[in-house]
Each structure stands twice: as structure tokens, then as C-alpha cells.
Design a protein around this ligand. Structure first.
Ligand SMILES: NC(=O)c1ccc[n+]([C@@H]2O[C@H](COP(=O)([O-])OP(=O)(O)OC[C@H]3O[C@@H](n4cnc5c(N)ncnc54)[C@H](OP(=O)(O)O)[C@@H]3O)[C@@H](O)[C@H]2O)c1
Length: 249
């Protein structure tokens, strides 16, 4: 395994399970010092850190709700003290609260926008200042195939993910001259706790929509994030990489 992220500090939000956990393992395996952020699952985050350390890597768990700007600022301050400034930010933390438009409450709309879209904004805003000083930084956002294709019953989630596509272009445009690359990975249907709650008919219809006729894995997504974080992708910014088995062309 190449250690091409050696000396890099990587913050992965929502890394206690699912896709974020796989990203944390992948970046650590390539030599990054990883901050395993979580909101509630401290035990699971500690287990991710323990596994990274057992495999010879370096990591620390850090609690902060990405939808709380004060907590986000405090997390970045603590990271800087413990490890130095963040070089690679992966805005992965995300939630769903699915409901059809006519039944969607203000609260369910706001909660999803606050975590997925505003959380990405709060973390990005904190990350860029030291990145600008270093004239180097990688910001990788997680969106979703439904942010392009749409889907019934997910308007809050889809609005948050489509917003991330716009934010990616806006921040890439502002920050390109400072050496900060901003990209997004848009997964299709990946088996995690987020999708485990869906009923079998929906899961089958999602798989049927792919050209490859299979679910994606958390590693499929982590590989794309690692590619963007690595020097191999240094000339890529403002882009979306689709990892969806051909679900949306
Ligand atoms: N799974 C899919 O099929 C799929 C498809 C497309 C896109 N995505 C995107 O990929 C990302 C990861 O999805 P996943 O399936 O791995 O989700 P997941 O299994 O539900 O994990 C979500 C993670 O986010 C954390 N989190 C939730 N709210 C948070 C907050 N306010 N602050 C900080 N962390 C918070 C959770 O930590 P706690 O347990 O501590 O709350 C957990 O670690 C999300 O952005 C999702 O939208 C997933």
C-alpha cells in the first residue's frame, strides 16, 4: 500500500460507521492521520480508531455535530492542537428523513438541510483558512445519485445533495488559486445502516436500475474518495465523480 498521504491530516465527518468508516480506514492505510468524527456513536468511533491503530495507522476520535457551527469550530481548534491543520476534509456526515412532499414537516426538512448542507458549509468554512496559508488542501464532499436523478419521498435529502453540487463548484471557483481542490463523490445505492431500513422491494428496484445489477460497497466509494485525496488527482477540481454502477448516466 503506497503511503502517499503520509504527513497529511484528514478529517472524515460521520466516520463511526458506513461509508465514512471505510473512508477513514482507506485514508489511514495510505498514511494519513485520521480524525474520526461522530455525533452520537462514541463506542463505534473508538472501535474505528482502535482498528486503524492496530493496523499501524494513526487516528483520534472526535465528537461534534456538524450541524452545530460552534461545535465544528471547537473541533477544528482541537484538531489543530493535537495534529496540526486539516489537509484533507471529507464532508461525509449525512442523514435522511424521508417523506412525500405533502406530508413533510418543517422540522424534517430543516434537520436534513442543517446536517447535510449546512454541516458541509460549516466544516468547509473552518477548513479553508489554514489550507489557504499552506496553499494546499483537498475538500471532498459526499452527495448522492438522487441529487441528480431525483427520487420520490426524499425532497429534503435531494435538495441538500443538489446544494452540495452547487457548493462544490462555488468553493472550487473561490479557492482554486489558493491550491485548494474541491470535489464531490456521488454514490448510488450502497449497503449501510442508512439503506438497511428500506424495504426489500425498494432495494430490489434500486439494484434493477443499475447497469451492473448489484449494490455498491462502502469500499467502492472509499476508493473514489482516496483517489481525489491523493496526488493522482491534483489537477482535478470542481467535479463530481459518480460511483453508482451505471444507475444514472
Ligand atoms: N448508503 C448509501 O446508499 C448512500 C448513497 C448515496 C450517498 N450516501 C451518502 O454517504 C454519506 C454516508 O452515508 P452512510 O450510508 O454511510 O450513512 P450511515 O451509515 O447512516 O452513517 C452516517 C454517519 O454520519 C454520522 N452523523 C449523522 N449525523 C451527524 C452529525 N450531525 N454530525 C456528525 N456526524 C453525524 C453518524 O454518526 P453518529 O452515529 O454518531 O450519529 C454516522 O457515522 C452520507 O452523506 C450519505 O448521504 C450514502
Amino acid at each position: 500500500m503506497t503511503k502517499d498521504l503520509k504527513d497529511k491530516v484528514a478529517l472524515v465527518t460521520g466516520a463511526s460507521r458506513g461509508i465514512g468508516k471505510a473512508i477513514a480506514f482507506k485514508l489511514a492505510a495510505h498514511g494519513a492521520k485520521v480524525i474520526v468524527n461522530y455525533a452520537r456513536s462514541s463506542h463505534e468511533a473508538d472501535e474505528v480508531v482502535a482498528k486503524i491503530k492496530a493496523d499501524g495507522g494513526d487516528a483520534i476520535a472526535m465528537q461534534a455535530k456538524v450541524n452545530d457551527p460552534e461545535a465544528v469550530k471547537a473541533m477544528f481548534d482541537s484538531i489543530e492542537k493535537a495534529f496540526g491543520a486539516v489537509d484533507i476534509l471529507v464532508n461525509n456526515a449525512g442523514i435522511t428523513k424521508d417523506q412525500l412532499l405533502m406530508r413533510m414537516s418543517d422540522e424534517d426538512f430543516d434537520t436534513v438541510i442543517d446536517t447535510n448542507l449546512k454541516g458541509t458549509f460549516y466544516c468547509t468554512r473552518q477548513a479553508v483558512r489554514p489550507m489557504m496559508k499552506k496553499k494546499y488542501g483537498k475538500i471532498i464532499n459526499l452527495s448522492s445519485v438522487v441529487g441528480f436523478a431525483g427520487n420520490a419521498g426524499q425532497l429534503n435529502y435531494i435538495a441538500s445533495k443538489a446544494g452540495i453540487h452547487g457548493m462544490t463548484k462555488a468553493v472550487a471557483t473561490e479557492m482554486g488559486a489558493k491550491g485548494i481542490r474541491v470535489n464531490t463523490v456521488a454514490p448510488g445505492f450502497v449497503q449501510t445502516e442508512m439503506t438497511d431500513v428500506l424495504d426489500e422491494t425498494i432495494k430490489k428496484s434500486m439494484v434493477d436500475k443499475t447497469l451492473l445489477k448489484t449494490f455498491g460497497t462502502v469500499d467502492d466509494v472509499a476508493n473514489a474518495v482516496y483517489f481525489l485525496a491523493s496526488p493522482m488527482a491534483d489537477y482535478i477540481t470542481g467535479q463530481v465523480i459518480h460511483v453508482n454502477g451505471g444507475m444514472y448516466l
